[in-house]
Ligand binder design. Sequence first.
Ligand SMILES: NC(=O)c1ccc[n+]([C@@H]2O[C@H](COP(=O)([O-])OP(=O)(O)OC[C@H]3O[C@@H](n4cnc5c(N)ncnc54)[C@H](O)[C@@H]3O)[C@@H](O)[C@H]2O)c1
Length: 267
Amino acid sequence: MTVDQGTGQRLRGRVAIVTGAGNGIGAAFAGALAAEGAAVAVADIDGDAAQGVASTIQERGGRSLAVQVDVTDRGSVRAMVSTVLAGFGDVDVLFNNAGVLLKEPYLSTTEQQWHKVMEVNGLGVLLCTQEVARHFITKGRGKVVNTCSTSSRSPSAHFAAYAASKASVLSLTHSSARALAPYGITVNGIGPGIIQTNLWSEMHRDESGSVVGDDPTVALDDYTSSILLRRVGTPGDVAPTAVFLASDDSDYITGQLIMVDGGIVLQ
Ligand SMILES: NC(=O)c1ccc[n+]([C@@H]2O[C@H](COP(=O)([O-])OP(=O)(O)OC[C@H]3O[C@@H](n4cnc5c(N)ncnc54)[C@H](O)[C@@H]3O)[C@@H](O)[C@H]2O)c1
């Protein structure tokens, strides 16, 4: 886990599900939410990674459970919701954070690559939101937070399919905000910039997939010149916005994308 536990209790009594929480940004979200008193379901396709993060939260005195889920499979998503309701008795906040990165030049992007990235990043958000919204609707309240990207607004030529998938997450943020507002449910997005996580290990490879050099941070550094604050981010830079969007402080905000990118995309 990449974020220190805080001492606040802004989310005491709340239950959050964070998908893709076995690593990186999602793990930081889970840690920060738990530090504010939330019970957190750490959901990931990598069950061992999820268990590791959930155990760390528990060791620090937080409430957490690990759930193995494939966000592209409705049955798996339904089972995740059932497990969380059985374990914690409620769900208040859903973080749709699971995602995969694809770096591929526009002209060589294949159908297979397109389907994979759209399935996890796009369809996964639709399925998880639908299944958790059923519970939110019964209680007339709930929050959904989608991990978008700078790519949602500013696609690059080497990330065409990924950017399309993240544009779809932003579109789903807007459409679900409209669809779910009548039920007291808000939906917002967080747009991380360049955040140092395992996702960027792909950047350490050339077009043939071969590893280039020894230091994966070199590829990240190439992107620094496009960042106003002149550094790549950490998961801990993004987590406070997740806490804000899970808390009552954001109750009158819906359908919005908050960029946490050090100043890459100026909206
Ligand atoms: N790291 C960045 O620079 C950056 C920038 C913008 C947006 N994002 C987004 O942030 C989110 C988290 O990325 P990260 O950087 O922490 O990456 P990461 O690779 O560290 O974590 C992604 C997690 O998603 C999980 N996952 C993948 N497919 C899944 C599936 N089908 N079902 C459930 N879980 C699945 C992985 O097992 C992994 O634990 C992603 O949506 C990513 O697109 C990342």
